[in-house]
Ligand binder design. Structure first.
Ligand code: NDP
Ligand code: AKG
Length: 423
């Protein structure tokens, strides 16, 4: 099967990414050549990744790096460690990165990577060995000027430090620019660890205002309590909003008066799950948070948690996609037609890649900014992108996802045409 055949026969998140792109290409009347270039991944690599267990057993895993489009700059996008990773998921995530970087007008193309692994079932030593083996596989196609990974599900700044070290060891010199989301000690940026959530909460504030809900603290529910979900809940709590429910893989907890998020995070640090938190009641399952009667719903876990089967139960006035692809294309259209303010992932969760870009800029200058400066620049970028998307949606009579995708696709198409279509 060729790449083109497998693109045609896709299901799951890639089906969502392709349908969103194709609808945009149609609205923009893209001519067939550029339409086809933007539809297909520029480069894909699958690698065998040995995992040496602490007891000496060797398991073979598969890892991927997909560069969707490089017309506007080097590939940029996270590395995911999850048992659900497959090539089509990585293709979808890489395509979404292309649009996100273009929408925020940062000088990168789109890429994403992953390893099919359950990080929760590995020791730190096993994760370090598997990371180094993955880097030796994808090493030929990553680098500070070619493709720059960052954290995603199941990876963090410790993983980025191992990637930087493995790549540098093989290059024979220190190459900090090969990844972003590094620890501060290795040239990371202030604020990167919470940057995605800062962006989510910033646009959530703009969206609540847009929906006419600015006069009182909002009630909120968050699906996913990892980097994006937990920081989002913390920042909403700090701003005085009432986070009434959160979910992780194991279940969900609810408190109608609002959860004490710092205390809940201490509980999660001790037990590994939100379940069992004594100042809340458990809900039946994780997905029960999606149908709560709240002002603001933030899906911040994995793809496709809101779909045809449950979208009619969503009661929130504003839905902000903290995760990539948490709402299927059809379910998103349903919410849009129902009058829900749906802030799409390419805008809502762009704070992470924006501060990754700031990390790269600071490293180039050899000058590191204070946390307040990072945050101020991030808020400005997010506000500008929000305003562009809202005014395009109003002018075209579309929802925010269509407007965001159209702005981004048009920018990437323009870059491809300017360079001669080979990207
Ligand atoms: N990290 C970043 O900077 C960025 C991340 N994103 C996107 O945000 C999303 C989350 O990423 P991130 O927070 O980094 O990942 P993490 O691995 O830190 O957290 C993922 C969270 O989702 C939960 N989860 C996984 N599956 C389910 C499920 N079926 N039901 C309920 N909860 C579930 C996990 O539960 P448990 O804790 O029990 O494992 C965990 O709390 C992804 O879509 C990612 O691509 C987007 C932009 C940047
Ligand atoms: O910070 C980055 O470079 C990429 C973050 C990411 O993977 C994402 O935005 O989905």
């Amino acid at each position: 099967m060729t790449i083109l055949d497998s693109v045609e026969s896709t299901t799951g998140p890639y089906e969502d990414a392709l349908s969103q792109y194709r609808a945009s290409a149609e609205r923009l009347s893209l001519e067939p050549g550029v339409r086809s270039v933007l539809e297909h991944p520029r480069r894909e690599m699958s690698v065998a990744v040995p995992l040496l267990r602490d007891d000496g057993r060797l398991e073979m895993l598969t890892g991927y790096r997909v560069q969707h489009n490089l017309a506007r700059g080097p590939g940029k996008g996270g590395i995911r460690y999850s048992p659900l990773v497959d090539l089509n998921e990585v293709r979808a995530l890489a395509m979404w990165m292309t649009w996100k970087c273009a929408l925020l007008d940062i000088p990168y193309g789109g890429a994403k990577g992953g390893v099919t692994i359950d990080p929760a079932a590995c020791t730190a030593a096993e994760l370090e060995r598997v990371t180094r083996n993955f880097v030796s596989g994808i090493g030929p196609i990553i680098g500070p000027d070619t493709d720059i990974p960052a954290p995603d599900i199941g990876t963090d700044e410790r993983t980025m430090a191992w990637i930087m070290d493995a790549f540098s060891t093989s290059a024979g010199r220190s190459v900090p620019g090969v990844v972003t989301g590094k620890p501060l000690a290795l040239g990371g940026s202030q604020g990167r660890v919470s940057a995605t959530a800062h962006g989510v909460v910033h646009v959530a504030g703009l969206a609540l205002h847009h929906a006419g809900l600015r006069h009182r603290p909002a009630t909120a529910a968050v699906h996913g309590f990892g980097n994006v979900g937990a920081w989002t809940a913390s920042l909403l709590h700090e701003k005085g909003h009432s986070v009434v429910a959160v979910a992780d893989r194991f279940g969900a907890v609810f408190n109608a008066s609002g959860l004490d998020i710092p205390d809940l995070r201490r509980h999660v640090a001790e037990t590994g799950t939100v379940l069992g938190y004594r100042e809340a009641e458990p809900l039946g399952c994780s997905d029960d948070v999606l149908s709560l009667d709240v002002d603001l719903l933030i899906p911040a876990s994995v793809e496709r948690v809101i779909h045809d089967g449950n979208v009619r139960q969503v009661q929130a006035t504003v839905v902000v996609e903290g995760a990539n692809g948490p709402i299927t294309t059809a379910a998103g259209e349903f919410l849009n037609e129902a009058g829900v303010v749906l802030v799409p992932d390419s805008l809502a969760n762009a704070g992470g890649v924006v501060v990754s870009y700031f990390e790269w800029v600071q490293a180039q200058q050899g000058l590191w900014w204070e946390a307040d400066e990072v945050r101020g620049r991030l808020d400005l970028r997010m506000t500008q992108a929000w305003e562009q998307v809202v005014s395009k949606a109003a002018a075209d009579g579309t929802g925010l996802r269509a407007a965001a995708t159209d702005i981004a696709v048009a920018r990437v198409a323009e870059a491809c045409l300017a360079r001669g279509l080979g990207h």
